[in-house]
Each structure stands twice: as structure tokens, then as C-alpha cells.
Design a protein around this ligand. Structure first.
Ligand code: UDP
Ligand code: MG
Length: 310
């Protein structure tokens, strides 16, 4: 019998995990597959680990517990590393990724020849309006700039074949932006659309700032266009400066030079130095990512697990 691994990144999810487990079990009753359920406790501060351990009487339940909170990206990476299934999927523990989609996803992979079935939310119901607006802007911008396509509303909930998982495992970078990495590896992908579902319990871990920083990480990880934009702005300003110099020389020669224009000069200095700082900041972003990358630190550290290999 073929095996499906479900990776469940969990951070402070003591309330939702029991619901999640129940739903998954229900779904698998009707499916003719072996289940491997890998909970990754991402340094939770509540009783998440205890709740997970209570489920381990069920032999299909595996867990990895991190030494601290390393973030969802690290949790997904840990899960992908240890998953042994013929098919692998990542699901949130809050039931926002409906398990009811699994049979359809499996069918598409087995019978229609897809390698990956991804899911995307077509509505952002229940989300603050400003957040939705910025999210849309982000996808527009990054898709303009990056060659790797980022699908608006795409979730991390996706079913992949072993071949796809193995190719993702070859991407060992430290700064992981999975939405991009999944697209980067390619393969024949089918997108299933569904309406946003509210969390079953607990609350979201994403604040607006966290999302903004995550968005910048995505851009830095998948395109160097901001560096090019810095060069172009620099060139435009050089050109403007050159034209202004010519105009001033001509004016001085023709009409003499009444010393005016200090306020405008101050404004120009402010603007240009602002743009310079901005561009240095952009370069700094890339530099800092390189810095973190060359340090080659582990993406996560395991404190406890019921798996034989780490
Ligand atoms: N999560 C995690 N580590 C973190 C933050 C979140 O493992 O540092 C998990 C969380 O437990 C959940 C999933 O990632 O299972 C998605 O998080 P959340 O529901 O807060 O995000 P949203 O669905 O609102 O995008
Ligand atoms: Mg959620």
C-alpha cells in the first residue's frame, strides 16, 4: 500500500491539534493509503508537545520538537527531511487546509498525471481589508520582478510526489521562502481553488509586520531586480544633475547669478540622500542574506523526537 506523509507545522496549537487529528483520521478511513502524520512542534510555549505525545499511541504519529521557535519554514523543511511517504503534503494544524480536498488531490496525481496539486484561496474572507490589499500588491510586484511564478493566494497545503519532494530537498538554502522554492522546482502543477476557511481554534501567528518582513524576504530570495532599480534611479539622477548643471551655467553666463534657490537646494539634498540611503539599504538586504547564508547555521535544532533518525 502506498504511503502519504502529512507534515503539520505546529506552534502553540494545543487547542486545534485534537480537532485536526480527528478530521485526518476520518478522511483516511475512506482512503486506501497508509498514513504518516509528522507533527513538527516549533518550540511551542503551551502544551502542544504534550497534546502531540498523547497521540503517539497511534503508530502513524511521529513528532519532532524544536529547541525553540524557528518559524514555519524551518518546520516544513524538517518535516520534508524526515517524511518517508510516496506522497507528501503539508497542512496547517488549524484546519484552514481542508482535509476533504485530499481525495481529489490524490486522484489528480494518480489519474491525471500531475506531479503537484497545490491549493489556493480565492477569497480572503475574514482577513483585514488592508492586509488583503497589501497581499495583492505584493504578488503583483514580485511576479513582475521574479522569473519564478508566485501564485496569489497559494497555500503551503500541497500534495507532492516523492520525486518533487526529493528535488525540493536539494535546495538547502538557509533563507527559505517555500512559496518560491516550490515554484522553482517546477513540475506539472494543478491548482485547486477553495474559499477561505476560518481557524478551528487558537489564533493566527502572523502580524502585519511579520508579513511585511516575510514579503521582503520573498523578494530578496527570488529576484535581484531591486538592485537594478537602484542603478536605474542612480542613472536618472545623474542625468538630471547634468542637465541642471548645463542650465545653471547657461543662466549664469546670460543673466548673471543672483544667489537664490537655497530652499530648493536643501530639498534636493534631502531627496537625493534619502534615495542613496534607500539604495544602500537594498544592497544591505542582499548582503545580510549572503551573510546568513555563508554562516551555514542549521535551519532548526531538534530537542526531542520519536523518529530514529534526526
Ligand atoms: N506555525 C509554525 N511556526 C510559527 C508560526 C506558525 O509552525 O512560527 C504554524 C502554525 O502552527 C500553523 C501554520 O504554521 O499550523 C500556519 O500558521 P497560522 O495559522 O498562524 O497562519 P495563517 O493560516 O493565518 O496564515
Ligand atoms: Mg492558519
Amino acid at each position: 500500500m502506498e504511503k502519504i506523509s502529512i507534515i503539520v507545522p505546529s506552534y502553540n496549537e494545543e487547542e486545534s491539534i485534537p480537532y485536526f487529528y480527528e478530521e485526518i483520521k476520518k478522511t483516511f478511513h475512506t482512503l486506501n493509503y497508509k498514513l504518516e502524520l509528522i507533527f513538527v512542534d516549533d518550540g511551542s510555549k503551551d502544551y502542544t508537545l504534550k497534546v502531540i505525545k498523547a497521540l503517539t499511541d497511534d503508530k502513524c504519529v511521529k513528532y519532532i520538537s524544536f529547541s525553540r521557535n524557528f518559524g514555519k519554514e524551518a518546520a516544513m523543511w524538517a518535516g520534508l527531511n524526515v517524511a518517508t511517504g510516496d506522497y507528501v503534503t503539508i497542512m496547517d494544524s488549524d484546519l484552514q487546509d481542508p482535509p476533504s480536498l485530499l481525495p481529489k488531490m490524490l486522484d489528480l496525481i494518480k489519474n491525471e498525471g500531475y506531479d503537484v496539486v497545490g491549493t489556493r484561496r480565492v477569497t480572503r474572507k475574514g482577513e483585514p481589508v488592508i492586509r488583503s490589499f497589501f497581499a495583492r500588491c505584493f504578488y503583483k510586484i514580485i511576479n513582475r520582478m521574479s522569473k519564478v511564478e508566485m501564485v496569489d493566494g497559494a497555500r503551503d497545503f500541497r500534495l507532492m510526489t516523492r520525486q518533487v519532494v526529493d528535488s525540493i530537498l536539494t535546495l538547502k538554502e538557509y533563507n527559505r521562502y517555500s512559496k518560491g522554492l516550490f515554484s522553482f522546482v517546477g513540475f506539472k502543477t494543478k491548482w485547486l481553488e477553495y474559499e477561505n476557511v476560518q481557524r478551528v481554534a487558537g489564533e493566527t501567528k502572523w502580524s502585519f509586520w511579520k508579513l511585511l518582513i516575510y514579503a521582503i524576504e520573498g523578494i530578496v530570495a527570488f529576484t535581484t531586480v531591486p538592485l537594478t532599480i537602484a542603478i536605474i534611479i542612480g542613472l536618472i539622477f545623474c542625468l538630471i544633475a547634468f542637465i541642471m548643471i548645463v542650465v545653471i551655467i547657461v543662466k549664469t553666463l546670460v543673466w548673471g547669478d543672483p544667489t537664490t534657490g537655497w530652499p530648493s537646494l536643501a530639498c534636493i539634498i534631502f531627496m537625493v540622500s534619502g534615495i542613496q540611503l534607500l539604495c544602500i539599504g537594498v544592497i544591505g538586504e542582499y548582503l545580510s542574506k549572503m551573510y546568513l547564508e555563508v554562516k551555514n547555521r542549521p535551519i532548526y535544532i531538534v530537542k526531542e523526537t520519536n523518529l530514529e533518525t534526526k
